[in-house]
Design a protein around this ligand. Structure first.
Ligand SMILES: NC(=O)c1ccc[n+]([C@@H]2O[C@H](COP(=O)([O-])OP(=O)(O)OC[C@H]3O[C@@H](n4cnc5c(N)ncnc54)[C@H](O)[C@@H]3O)[C@@H](O)[C@H]2O)c1
Ligand SMILES: N[C@H](CO)Cc1c[nH]c[nH+]1
Ligand SMILES: [Zn+2]
Length: 434
């Protein structure tokens, strides 16, 4: 059974805080393991990566076989049937069209003193894209990572993707080919993140690492931040559904299970203003779990972290949703469009009962790499912006320097930074003499 909460209960606040505070991914054990793995890869490079891959993915590799060869990629891609290929191509086209709109403009203007100011955007040189592969394989995550990077203009794209027991999903390789990825390595976990960040003899280091992964991957990204850039912490999946009673409980049940089936650490929550409807959805989840292929994963996720929260009205639902700051928020109410405008913290919002979250996972267009563990309070889903950075530009003229230079000189004095002031004064003196 999932957790049942009702805002009318006296102990609701304590139960809600406990639900939000549940340790799903940032356990100290995981972090300690990851710290050791990173140190090992930094010290021993390829040798450590190969040993850890043998241990965690049960796959014996050599430096020569760590990277997929062009011939392997071609032969795996040839196995993909026409319908799967067409689905991937449709997804790629829709994701590309969405992300092309995100490219921001450069700016350059002259202010009232004659100073010219602005900024311009440029892409990172090399990006490492983490594609999960432990419990499921994710061709869709290849597209979601690689397409924004390509749109941004990144020169070198390297994918790391674990292939436990050596099992390869050909669609992962085809998605990489469609998206224009340069290198694909069959390694995963913290060791792959460390290899991308610090480099090994076989893998050249990158400047930025993006992509989702399990708790080990999330912890590794946190630890290598600073040596490289990262996008965000995109850990075990989450879904929050706000639904009124005018919904089919079976639809909402599968929506909840769609994220529970990713990982035992995933979290699915229903908020409803109708207790009977909440119970009907919980019953429908149990029914679906009897036959769901991934019930061994979805069942524990639902039982340990799943919840049904009954609220007195939808305004209260909005307030609770903002406190949870979910990765995915599905709003299945008659006034869903209006309700979504009231939400402040969510990675992605799916509006109305005809918009299952799974559409966003694959083909809607927006990115499915999204902030989890309440980090939507301060971060956003993966976008073109993650692969570019802004360089500011300034050009003074003599008149502009005369207008603003003396104030710079005063501020330098206030900070006791004499050379700063002198570098401005040297120019002002020349102008004043002339
Ligand atoms: N937030 C998002 O945008 C998003 C998108 C897709 C998937 N996801 C999430 O990504 C995750 C994918 O997880 P996954 O496990 O399938 O694949 P994964 O590739 O993230 O993790 C597999 C790797 O974890 C490492 N590992 C496993 N057990 C370990 C241990 N005991 N010690 C050290 N390392 C260990 C291994 O190296 C293995 O290769 C799921 O939680 C899913 O919900 C999130
Ligand atoms: N729901 C995941 C993000 O949390 C993304 C995904 C990929 N494939 C299926 N789902
Ligand atoms: Zn999903």
């Amino acid at each position: 059974m999932p957790h049942f909460l009702n805002t009318l209960d006296d102990n609701f606040e304590a139960e809600f805080i406990a639900l939000m505070g549940m340790k799903r991914e940032d356990s100290p054990d995981v972090d300690a393991v990851v710290a050791d793995i990173i140190a090992d890869v930094r010290a021993r490079g390829d040798a450590a990566v190969l040993e850890l891959t043998a241990k965690f993915d049960r796959l014996e590799l050599t430096p020569e076989t760590m990277r997929f060869s062009d011939a392997e990629i071609e032969s795996e891609c040839a196995k993909v049937d026409d319908e799967d290929r067409a689905a991937l191509e449709m997804a790629a086209a829709r994701i590309r069209a969405y992300h092309e709109r995100q490219m921001p403009a450069d700016a350059w203007w002259e202010d009232e003193t004659g100073a010219a100011l602005g900024w311009r955007w440029s892409a990172v040189s090399a990006a490492g894209l983490y594609v999960p592969g432990g419990l499921a394989s994710y061709p869709s995550s290849v597209l979601m990572n690689a397409i924004p990077a390509k749109v941004a203009g990144v020169d070198r794209l390297a994918i790391v993707v674990p292939t436990p027991d050596g099992v390869v999903n050909p669609l992962v390789l085809l998605a990489a080919k469609i998206a224009g990825v340069d290198e694909i390595y069959r390694i995963g976990g913290a060791q792959a993140v460390a290899a991308l960040a610090y480099g090994t003899d076989t893998i050249a280091p990158v400047d930025k690492i993006t992509g989702p992964g399990n708790a080990f991957v999330a912890a590794a990204k946190r630890r290598v931040f600073g040596k490289v850039g990262i996008d965000m912490i995109a850990g075990p999946s989450e879904i929050l559904v706000i639904a009124d009673k005018d919904n089919d409980p079976d639809w909402i049940a599968v929506d909840l299970l769609s994220q529970a089936e990713h990982d035992e650490s995933a979290q699915s929550i229903l908020i409803t203003d109708d207790a009977d409807f909440g119970r009907a959805v919980a019953a429908a989840v149990e029914k679906q779990l009897e036959t769901l292929e991934r019930r061994a994963i979805a069942g524990p996720s639902w039982r340990d972290f799943g919840a049904v929260i009954v609220v007195k009205d939808m305004e209260e639902a909005v307030r609770l949703s903002d406190r949870i700051a979910p990765e995915h928020l599905e709003i299945c109410t008659n006034d869903a469009e209006d309700l979504q405008t009231k939400i402040r913290h969510a990675g992605a919002i799916f509006i109305g009962s005809w918009t299952p979250e799974a559409i966003g996972d694959y083909i809607g267009g927006p990115n499915h790499v999204l902030p989890t563990a309440r980090s939507a309070r301060f971060s956003s889903g993966l976008s073109v912006m993650d692969f570019i950075k802004r360089t500011t530009l300034s050009r003074m003229t003599p008149d502009a320097l005369l207008a603003i230079g003396p104030s710079a000189e005063r501020l330098a004095k206030s900070e006791s930074l004499e050379a700063h002031g002198l570098s401005v004064r040297a120019r002002l003196d020349r102008l004043n003499k002339g």
